[in-house]
Write a protein that binds this ligand. Sequence first.
Ligand code: SF4
Ligand code: SF4
Ligand code: SF4
Length: 323
Amino acid sequence: MKRREFLTTAIGGATVAVCPGAEARPNHEPAPEAVGMLFDSTLCIGCKACVAKCKEVNDMPPVIDAEQQSWDSARDLSGDTLNVIKVYTDGSGETKDAEVDGFCFEKRSCMHCVDPGCVSVCPTTAMRHDPITGIVTHHSDVCIGCRNCMMGCPYNVPQFEYDELYGQIQKCQMCNQAGVERINNGQMTGCAEACPTGATLFGSRTLLLEEAKQRLTLKPGEIYNYPRGDIASPDSYHEKQVANYKQHVWGEKEAGGTNVLHISAVSFDKLGMPPLEERSASSIAEGVQHTLYNYLALPAIVLAGLTYVVKRNTDSDSDGDES
Ligand code: SF4
Ligand code: SF4
Ligand code: SF4
């Protein structure tokens, strides 16, 4: 750890010293025509129809638990599961959407970040961000299996198929990868289509963000007509009493924003969302990286780091010889 801390400090200091103009680029902006989803935790009943539909669309096998041997019981994302419903409980767990003594459901799948870390760290462009739709896709034909994307994702989304001989990265591609292409064919995502309550709603990010903000203005207990399917042309509506929403649309701003938005009556830190600043990690890392290359300073900094490591190792060996 000490060596890592030293190197980080040394490289940071050297960067500023050698490249005084090193600075982050701005976050990428959401694509004007980006598509996405709005997950409203207060509407989710935990039926997991979205999980089953996701497996059907993506041709993925069930995950059979040793205790529950008769049905898919995936508890987390994996190489075989691109979408999972998790349960929050507190205390007696009696009241839906109550943070204390309550429970609620939370969906986990790719957030389709506006400024995605997975794309930024991928050395081969296997991870790509579509500038029109905003969808982030993985392309196995050019993936070298380095797994940088797993480290670059703040949501722990990309999963590696460790149990396969020629394992690949798997993640939700918003049902728009080669061979599926639901969005390109004018369909909505599988999970939004299957959701019976509209908890997972598909559509334009702009419209979904407006809808999310509108819901946050509603009074708890009042009746609202919730759309189901695609927000631009809902399959149907259903009336429901409004829950006590937290005044926060997750994904409006976090790390540059996401095309998948979440709202909830339970705070997002309790639902396991990571603490994120508004500035994306990609904007900082790419800004510094480009500056380093512009100043042709990177080789000198790497050499300084390697020299330190070799010197430390040599000193330790000498110390060992003397004892
Ligand atoms: S959630 Fe993770 S995998 Fe999905 S786009 Fe964002 S960084 Fe990439
Ligand atoms: S968008 Fe498609 S791949 Fe992503 S979670 Fe929904 S059904 Fe699964
Ligand atoms: S289908 Fe809809 S209601 Fe059912 S678990 Fe998925 S998001 Fe929740």
